[in-house]
Every structure is written in C-alpha cells, then in structure tokens.
Design a protein around this ligand. Structure first.
Ligand SMILES: Cc1ncc(COP(=O)(O)O)c(C=O)c1O
Length: 499
C-alpha cells in the first residue's frame, strides 16, 4: 500500500517518497542545497536520474568489464572502505597486489629466477600504467645521455597513429615528442618497418600495441623487436620496446600462447595491461610490469614511512580504493588459467558468430582480424545513402550502444562501427544484434523515400501559396529532422502495437 498523504512538511519516513516535498521541488543543480534531506529521498532522486544512463551491459563501445560474480561483488563491497595506500594497516591487501603482480609477470614470461619477485605495480588503469612506464623510459634515457655528456632535452617516442589517447596525454604532460607512424587504407596498425625508420638517438622507446583500440588487431612485436635489434647493432643505440597490452595482455597468453610478443623478446622492457578489460574486473585497475629492476630507475620510487614501516611506492596517486586489487586477485585464483582460457575462447567464438552474421547481410566490410581482441569492426560497403554514424544512432532505439568513428591519419576517410565482445555478451545477444543491425539498415533504406515524399508534398503546398518563396538550408534541415522524428515515432508506435 502506498502511503501518499501529501502534507508538505511531513516526515518522509511515514509517507511515500514520491509524495514527499523532497521530490516535488527540484534541487539546485550547481550549488549545495542549504538543508539536509532524508536518505530515502536522496537515494530515490539520484537513482531516478541515473535511470537515464545507458545500460552498461548493452554498451558495446567499452572494453571494460560490466559483470562479475556475486561473490566477488560481495568482496568488493566488503573492502570498499579500505584505502589501498595504508599498506602497513592493510598488509594482506598489499600482499594480494604483490601476488597479482607476480602472477601477471609469469603470464608475460618475465625472466624471473625461482626466488625472484617481479617488478610491477597495480594502477588505476592502463593509462596510469603507461604514464609510469613512459616516465621510467624517459628517466633511463636521460640518465644515459647525461652519462655520455649528450643533450637530453628532446626525447621522443615512436608509436602508430592508432595509439590510444593516453599516449598523447603522456607525450603532452611529460614533454616527450610523439612520432606517429601513419596508417593507410586496409592497414590500421603500426608498420614495424616504418616505426624503426623513425627511431633516432632521442627515442626513449617504441610503443607497440597488443590489441589496437580501433580494430583489435595485434601489432607485430616480434618483427619490431628483430628490426630494432638490427638497428641498435648498427647505430650503437639501445632503443627498447614497451608493449601496450591494455586489452591483449589477458587474451594472447590464453588464445595464442605461441605468439611471441612479451618478455620472451629481449627488447621488451615493460608491459601494461588493463585488469578492468579482459582481466575481468570492474573499472579501476591496471598493471605495469617491468622486465627487471634495472628497467625502473630507483629515483622514481618514493619511500614513505609515516603510515608504519618503510613502503616503496611508484604511482601517480597517493590514495585509492583496495576493492579492485582484491577483485583482480579473486579472478586470478577463481578462474585460473583454465577459466581465463574458457572465457577468452567463448568471447572469440561469439565475435566470430557476429562477424559471420554481419558478413551474411552483404552490407558490411569487416575491418577487424580474426586473431586479436574479440571484437568486430566493420564498415558499410556502400555509404552513399547513409553512413555508419546513422547506423550507430538508429541502433540506440534497440538499446544497443555501438560507436562509429573515423580512423586516424592517413586513413581518416574510413569510418567504422565497433562491437567489443566481452564475457557477458552471450551468443543469443550476438545473434540478436545481427538481426537488429539488419532491421536498422532496412529502415534507413526506406527512410530517404519517405522523407522525399513528405518533402515534395511540403514543397508543393508551399509553392502553391507563394511561388517566389525559397527555403533556406536551415529550414530544409528542420524539415528533414521533423520527417525523421515522425518516422522514428511511427516505427516505435507500430512496434509497440506488435508487442
Ligand atoms: C590500447 C589501449 N591502451 C590504453 C588504453 C587506456 O586504458 P585504460 O582505460 O585502462 O586507462 C586503452 C583503452 O581502451 C587501450 O585500448
């Protein structure tokens, strides 16, 4: 029974939340309200507004985990009040992070002796991990140049133009020139030959991506390593490699164990991976692992003792939550190698179902590769009547969030749609998505004829009134938008009728 007496000053605890005065007037948006409100009302107001966010499970734009087991959700909630930096107070949490670092280092074939522990740290995501790895390369290079009596004020880093924005941030924030290898139509990753050509004495490292953000493709780290070894031999330089394995770091070891991309290659000195992507943890965790102690300059490590014993730290932030570290440890021991392999195989198979379904429609070119991150990137074969942005927009009607974007230089004329297949994207959803994409294309095909018909009626009516009247571009645009809106509304009504 709803208690809905609406006395404005009444106590919310005995009246329906929606009839209380707290939800009947709006809160100031940008200023803190003067008075307190009951917790039920605060919860309801926020919860209601959040309903307008997209559904994370249908957000196919993101690589980041949107589902974990309830047991892990419980561990996360149980540790939500622990500040990770209080290592002396929470020594078990610190121990769990160290176990994760070591497990991941072994997964990446770090050359560790039996009693040796790995060098690495948990971060907020791959972005922080990349900042730390980049800083270590910069400092090492500067130290070397100073020791040689050479200038060290113009460091650069070589990457493909397909790098994620965090590399551009690193370059700008830490004053390192970004030298990008351009892409070309049909080739959307860094060409190792061109990358090595760009290397000079000021190059602090070449960054290769294991799982390009744009199409999931793995860059050829082995070839890069071999070419760079050759160049180093010729020039006397010692240019190293960093592997940005944000997505691929938890995929390659399970799906392609023979692929050499990690510390098996001598020039790979550090690797980052996002725990919150295919590491299968909710947003907020990444890892960076160094090959050895020598690859992380000692002067970048801070030692703090005011929280208890001496604690070395190398992170950009001081405080952060513990939950994600604990959740990563849960996944590593809960799934083990067997479980990760099952999840990755399943994601790959679902990506193939989606890819084949899209190919069968006859409308799309597939831009992703079968080997790589389980995602499908695809372009319209014919975008003369409608483009990928319209397909993306129309898919929202069904709840799907599928991004459309243009490729970077020199392939900026290519637009793609991308569906990331995560653990919680089942076979049924993959098949359903193909059906919905097909419907969207049919609707878009029908759209111009409808709009044209409506516009010619409107024009005829207007011309009948006043022959001298000419529409402005804005007026025409408005008409198209109105016709579009009506069309979508009609479709919705018909759909509801069918349901
Ligand atoms: C290749 C690559 N590197 C780095 C990042 C940044 O990762 P994070 O979101 O974990 O900071 C991403 C994110 O998608 C990525 O795809």
């Amino acid at each position: 029974m709803v208690l809905s007496k609406t006395a404005s000053q009444s106590d919310v605890s005995i009246h329906s939340t929606f009839a209380s005065r707290y939800v009947r007037s709006s809160l100031p948006r940008f200023k803190m309200p003067e008075n307190s409100i009951p917790k039920e009302a605060a919860y309801q107001i926020i919860n209601d507004e959040l309903m307008l966010d997209g559904n994370p499970r249908l957000n196919l734009a993101s690589f980041v985990t949107t589902w974990m087991e309830p047991e892990c959700d419980k561990l996360i909630m149980d540790s939500i009040n622990k500040n990770y930096v209080d290592m002396d107070e929470y020594p078990v949490t610190t121990e769990l992070q160290n176990r994760c670092v070591n497990m991941i280092a072994h997964l990446f074939n770090a050359p560790l002796g039996d009693s040796e522990t790995a060098v690495g740290v948990g971060t907020v995501g791959s972005s922080e991990a990349i900042m730390l790895a980049g800083l270590a390369f910069k400092r090492k290079w500067q130290n070397m140049r100073k020791a040689q009596g050479k200038p060290c004020d113009k460091p650069n880093i070589v990457t493909g133009a397909n790098v994620q924005v965090c590399w551009e941030k690193f370059a700008r924030y830490f004053e390192v020139e970004l030298k990008e290898v351009k892409l070309r139509e049909g080739y959307y990753v860094m060409d190792p030959v061109k990358a090595v050509e760009l290397v000079d004495e000021n190059t602090i490292c070449v960054a290769a991506i294991l799982g390009s953000t744009l199409n999931g493709e793995f860059e050829d780290v082995k070839l890069l390593n071999d070419l760079l070894l050759e160049k180093n031999k010729q020039t006397g330089w010692d240019t190293p490699i960093h592997v940005d394995a944000a997505s691929g770091g938890f995929i390659a070891p399970f799906l392609y164990p023979e692929l050499e991309w990690d510390f098996r290659l001598p020039l790979v000195k550090s690797i980052n991976v996002s725990g919150h992507k295919y590491g299968l943890v909710y947003a907020g965790i990444g890892w960076v692992i160094w090959r050895s102690k020598e690859d992380l300059p000692e002067e970048l490590i801070f030692h703090i003792n005011y929280l208890g014993a001496d604690q070395p730290t190398f992170t950009l932030n001081f405080s952060k939550g513990s939950s994600q570290v604990i959740a990563q440890y849960y996944q590593l021991i809960r799934l083990g190698q067997e479980g990760y392999q099952n999840v990755m195989e399943n994601c790959h198979e679902n990506a193939m179902v989606l890819k084949e379904g899209l190919e069968k429609t006859g409308y799309f070119n597939i831009v992703s590769k079968d080997e790589g991150v389980p995602l499908v990137a695809f372009s319209l074969k014919d975008n003369s009547r409608h483009d990928e942005f319209e397909v993306s927009e129309m898919l929202r009607r069904f709840g799907w969030i599928v991004p459309a974007y243009t490729m970077p230089a020199d392939a900026q004329h290519i637009t793609v749609l991308r569906v990331v297949v995560r653990e919680d994207f089942s076979r049924t959803l993959a098949e359903r998505l193909v059906l919905d994409i097909t419907k969207v294309i049919h609707d878009l095909d029908a759209l111009p004829a409808k709009i044209k018909a409506k516009m010619s009626i409107a024009c005829a009516q207007e011309n009948g009134k006043d022959n001298g009247w000419k529409k402005t571009a804005i007026e025409t645009q408005r008409e198209i938008t109105d016709a579009w809106k009506k069309f979508v509304l009609e479709r919705k009504t018909n759909k509801n009728k069918i349901c």
